[in-house]
Every structure is written in structure tokens, then in C-alpha cells.
Design a protein. Structure first.
Length: 310
């Protein structure tokens, strides 16, 4: 099986900075385009000039020799490479991992099958919107009835604690119809895993998942090599549910203070919209399928009279 080390032969920091340099053109940062350019995007020397450091210093840093690099220098390089907030945070994580002068980051929570009961109590109290808790590895550790109804096909295939990345890349038969913009959903999934790999580079469970996905999915492997990262705190998503049809939902995410590494996500629809009506229908179907529990939905039970939407 492909491993994370196999895909990061030059080191995650070097691969990340090289990929970001290749993305930025000289014109974007006010430099002349020049002639006979042998590399796409910016040269190392151009990044060094823009960041106000020597070429030798930047070259060593890109190769992983970060020493005790200052926050000022990291921010200067981030500005030179036009990094967004998510990329800047990822850059800091990668440097912190390599910086021998700083304490090794605390290992974040990995996969767990047991959450505090109060988390499930809170989820179950949310009765009109899908809500769930996941870790950075994208294991759906707990969800309410609406969430399990939304992702019924995933639960039917994987059981009580499924993994969203596996569903996206390894169950394309169901994930592609479910995500009308599958490419965007796939990009977001890989971006989240990239961020987690930077935050928690020693997480064996995460390494194993990335290796499995890279071995079994060409689409995942190509996206992983692009080194794209994504912030997943808020946004919109389009689902096409097999029972209630199209759902255009907004979501908000919040990290659980008592459980670092775990995030609570809640989906909702604009009041009065067709998606709000479909979301209500989803709740009705969940109750009819399930009689108040998770078993029917997890097994993929669908009422014979449930309406279908194209």
C-alpha cells in the first residue's frame, strides 16, 4: 500500500512551498516576467527578494532546514507567495513540526469510537437540521437523525462510524450522484486532510487512511500531490439526495473546546426556500424510516411511499 512517506519524498514543507511558488507568476507580485524561465511561477531568488531574506536562507528553509525561524519571516514568505489564511496556517504548522527549537506539537485526537454522552445529547437535541461531529481524519464520529438520513447511503455501506473521505473517493457509485459538483467535494475533502496532516504529522491513523486512499484512488493521489489546503469553517454545499432531491445548504463549523481536533458541523437551509421544504421532508422520511433511531437509516431502509425528485 502507498504510504504518506512515499508521496512526500522531498518532505511536506518543500513540496508545499514548491507548489505555491509554481502557482504565482512574476506579474502577480510586480516583477518583470523575464525570458528563458526554466521553472513555472517564481524562482527561489524572487521569493527571497520579495520576503526580504537571502536566497541561501530561503533555499535552506524550503529544503526543511528551518532552524528557529521567526514568525516575521514566515509571514513575509507567506505574503510573497500570496498565501490565503488556510495556506498560511498550514505553513506555520509545517514549520513548527520541523523547528527543533520548539516543543513537539501535542498529538491531536485520532479516531475514537467513544465520545462523551453529552455530545450525542446535544446532537439529538437538534431536530430540524443535520448535525454531526467529525475529527480531522473525516471520521463521522456521531450524528443526529437528520445527518444520518442525509448520508444514508454512506451509513448503509460503512456502518455506524463511517469516513467521509472513503465515501467520496471509494464509493463513487453513490458519492458522485450525491455530490452534483463531485470535483469540488473531492477537492475540499483532500484539502481538509492536508490541513490535518500538517497539524498532526505523527498520527498513524491518518497516515493509514491517506495511504489507503492513494493506493485505491487515482483521483485522490492526483489531488494530494497538488498540496491544496482548505478552511472548512463555513460555506455552502449542494447535495442531491436519492429521496428528497436537491438540497442547497449552508453550514457552520465549530471546534469542540473540550475535545481538541473534533469539530461540530450543522447544516441548514434558507427559510422558505425549496431546500427548506426538502429538509423538512428529509426529517419526515428519517422518522418514518427509523421510528426515532439510527438503525433503519444505517441499513438503508426507505419507505415504499417516499417521494422521489429529479
Amino acid at each position: 500500500m502507498t504510504t504518506l512517506d512515499d508521496m512526500e519524498s522531498k518532505g511536506p514543507l518543500q513540496n508545499f512551498l514548491t507548489s505555491r511558488r509554481a502557482r504565482v507568476t512574476p506579474q502577480q507580485v510586480g516583477l518583470p516576467p523575464g525570458t528563458n524561465r526554466r521553472v513555472p511561477g517564481l524562482r527561489r531568488g524572487e521569493v527571497a527578494v520579495l520576503a526580504g531574506v537571502s536566497v541561501e536562507y530561503y533555499t535552506r528553509m524550503e529544503r526543511g532546514d528551518v532552524g528557529s525561524v521567526s514568525e516575521t519571516v514566515i509571514n513575509a514568505i507567506a505574503r510573497a507567495l500570496l498565501l490565503d489564511d488556510a495556506e498560511r496556517a498550514h505553513f506555520f504548522d509545517l514549520v513548527r513540526t520541523l523547528d527543533s527549537s520548539s516543543a513537539r506539537p501535542h498529538r491531536r485526537r485520532g479516531r475514537t469510537s467513544t465520545l462523551r454522552p453529552s455530545i450525542q445529547f446535544v446532537l439529538d437535541s437538534i431536530t430540524t437540521a443535520p448535525a454531526f461531529v467529525r475529527n480531522g481524519r473525516m471520521d463521522a464520529l456521531a450524528g443526529n437523525q437528520m445527518w444520518r438520513a442525509l448520508y444514508a447511503d454512506m451509513y448503509a455501506a460503512q456502518g455506524s462510524q463511517p469516513n467521509l473521505a472513503r465515501f467520496t473517493f471509494l464509493d463513487r457509485e453513490h458519492s458522485e450522484p450525491f455530490h452534483p459538483n463531485w470535483d469540488l467535494a473531492a477537492d475540499i475533502t483532500v484539502g481538509i486532510l492536508r490541513i490535518e496532516a500538517g497539524r498532526d504529522p505523527h498520527n498513524k491513523d491518518l497516515h493509514d487512511l491517506i495511504g489507503e486512499l492513494a493506493t485505491r484512488s487515482d483521483e485522490f493521489r492526483a489531488r494530494w500531490s497538488a498540496h491544496t489546503v482548505r478552511d472548512h469553517g463555513t460555506g455552502t454545499k449542494h447535495f442531491r439526495h436519492p429521496i428528497v432531491g436537491d438540497l442547497h445548504l449552508v453550514y457552520e463549523a465549530a471546534e469542540l473546546v473540550a475535545d481538541p481536533g473534533l469539530s461540530l458541523l450543522i447544516y441548514s437551509a434558507e427559510p422558505g426556500s425549496r431546500s427548506a421544504d426538502a429538509l423538512q421532508l428529509l426529517g419526515n422520511w428519517a422518522a418514518a424510516s427509523d421510528s426515532g433511531g439510527a438503525l433503519g437509516i444505517a441499513q438503508g431502509i426507505r419507505p415504499p411511499s417516499a417521494p422521489s425528485h429529479s
